[in-house]
Ligand binder design. Structure first.
Ligand SMILES: [Cu+2]
Length: 178
């Protein structure tokens, strides 16, 4: 019995050591030839009011490579349906337009997904997006390795500090989504 407990303890220690190593940041895939030329900055989303059918996701993507690339899809465990959208004026009305081909990210350039423009759209939400509970999202690219993000969740209708708010436009867009 004592031996068994010791063995269990050792394997627990082994597990926590492995986890710690990952958190320590010494783990870097860039070194082994992985294509990580796309960097993501300030990923965020808004909390959704109860009953809202959809939410938008925002992030700035920068292509540090010397070839163009493309964001082809995004996914999150919260829903099976995540789309890539943009916003266009249709007469007086701002409408969202799905981009099934994704978003081009030219070499050396940054593309901002932001309220009132390009965004990720989390559709058919089975539960609200909750303030303070980071939302995991995986981005898939044509060339670059996929990126896993934790979207900061800000209160309904607001934007993270340092970003100008276009809350009215996106609010209207959200209503049309359901
Ligand atoms: Cu949308």
């Amino acid at each position: 019995m004592f031996t068994l407990r010791t063995a269990l303890l050792s394997s627990l220690l082994l597990v926590s050591t492995t986890l710690f190593a990952h958190h320590g940041g010494s783990h870097d895939d860039d070194a082994d030839g992985g294509s990580s030329h796309i960097k993501a900055s300030q990923p965020w989303t808004r909390a959704t009011p109860p009953g809202a059918g959809a939410g938008g996701g925002f992030v700035t993507l920068t292509n540090h490579g010397d070839q163009g690339d493309r964001l082809v899809s995004a996914s999150t465990p919260i829903t099976e349906r995540t789309e890539i959208h943009t916003m266009e004026m249709d007469g007086e009305v701002m409408r969202m337009v799905p981009l099934p081909g994704g978003i081009e990210i030219p070499a050396g350039e940054s593309v901002a997904l932001a309220p009132g423009g390009l965004h990720l759209m989390f559709m058919d939400l089975p539960r609200p997006i909750v303030e303070g509970e980071p939302l995991p999202v995986t981005l898939e690219f044509q060339r670059a390795d996929s990126i896993e993000l934790q979207l900061q969740v800000v209160p309904v209708g607001s934007s993270p500090d340092g970003l100008s708010a276009h809350a009215d436009q996106h609010q209207e867009h959200s209503h049309m989504a359901h």
